[in-house]
Design a protein around this ligand. Sequence first.
Ligand code: FAD
Length: 507
Amino acid sequence: MITDPICSLDIAMFTILAAHVGLTIGTLSRHLKRRPDFKPLVDRLLRFDTVGIYLLTERGHGLDAFNIETTATKTSNGYILHTPREEAAKFMPASTPSFSIPKVALVMARLIVDGEDRGCRFFVTPICNEREMYRGVHSVRLPLRSGTGPLDFSITSFEHVHLPSTALVASDILDYSVPPQPLEAWWDEIWRIQLGTLAVPAPWISAIKAVAYIGGRYSMHRCLLGKRNESVPILTFRTQQWPVVHATAVGMVMANWFPLVIQQAMERTTDHRIRHAMSVITKTTICRHFQRCVPEVAERCGAQGTFEHNYMARIENDGKGVIIAEGDVLTLCIRLFSELLQKRYEVPMPDPAESLLALHASSLLEENIALLKNIKGDHRSDYFNALILPQSQVVVEAIGHALAYSAALQSNLPQPILDVYECAIIRQDPAWYSEQGGLSRMDQRLREDAAVSSMLPNLSSFFADLGIEKYVTAPIVSDAGWKDYLAALPVHTGTAIPEVELLQAML
Ligand SMILES: Cc1cc2nc3c(=O)[nH]c(=O)nc-3n(C[C@H](O)[C@H](O)[C@H](O)COP(=O)(O)OP(=O)(O)OC[C@H]3O[C@@H](n4cnc5c(N)ncnc54)[C@H](O)[C@@H]3O)c2cc1C
């Protein structure tokens, strides 16, 4: 479902699906065998009669959601769910009744029994019916996130809401024990987010392809009048070619790699830490590629690139949400990088001899492992914070580039695609490739020139290989498409005749 290109057309819809299926149904599914009473709810959710939302983050506790403050206090016949202060209100999920559909939430709260905090648990909580909120549940609709697909993102709070004892999301509803390792228990409660980290970047691969296609097609038919009055398509310019071939190659390399990572993640034998590491590497790599490709192509489409109807400007803004949701890219990288440097586990990396990108990734990792040995203090020290943390994302991305390139080599992607992808990565760290990769700045330029030139003769066929054309609605992909679109826009006309004095005053 998540890899269907249609998901990249409406990110508000994808956001609902990701929380509904991935988080809400996913979390409940683990308990279904021992909690058959959840089945009617799961059936309703599967039929989409009710929308499931996942209320974890609080306004005052985002990335430190382990410290949430919402409480669920045990009573003789259930729980009282309560938001003790503004900072403890749940942040983001769309909880209003605005769209005439009932909503139910999994709310994470601190379980309080006999005045004692027994750790964080989820509670099934009805939010609204088709018309209104349930008693004691308050939803404040937030304004639109700039330039994004509309969704009723909200701030949700609870005022002494009574829940039955079966609301506790657990296989044993009588187990109120304090977990021996509270942080590990918390990670286990939110296990679906770790899978979401891998799932949510899927639409961005389709989006990169769509943007490559839109920018490429536009650049083929948008012409200037040349010196001898002949029409010259803007794609003639290397400055136009690069963003288009770059996005095309990235789209193809990511589309090849992503299903292979999913397959790897699904293998039961895989160590869960490595599975999560792969999710972080994949999300980081795809999201950052997206952020480089999309604005670059959009800007090369001039004013057209800034309009809603041409897709690129809006998808760029929508993309900012996914970088934060289901694991904020930067902080995911910080955690993973710290663990890799401490050699708590290893991720499978390609042999450094396989490619320049593989050599780059292993060299950066080794460099930072050596640096950690030489700094004063450990991974909690000020030196680590100042010198190593800022490298986290760069190195995690480098590992992703090497893995994706390796997968592309093994899948025999066309040589021009491999070469352009390689050059795009070299562009990100030209100093390393010059210092250690044996490629001077001039070598890098010549290599890029050869790569782009090799891709151009078959550009239309590479666009077809993207398999995205039928999902593209941007009218600028063809001149005829634009003219049809324009013809459907409202035209302002009138019969007013300017008064003579006014006309003279204007002149
Ligand atoms: C589109 C979208 C959908 C969402 N859906 C849901 C949902 O369904 N359910 C839900 O509960 N929440 C949801 N959220 C909320 C999301 O989980 C939070 O936004 C996220 O956890 C980050 O919290 P925050 O925004 O409060 O950022 P903050 O916690 O304020 O972090 C801001 C920045 O501080 C820095 N920072 C924070 N901690 C560290 C650290 N330890 N080390 C280094 N730097 C740090 C980072 O630069 C970080 O980007 C959604 C958010 C978005 C954008």
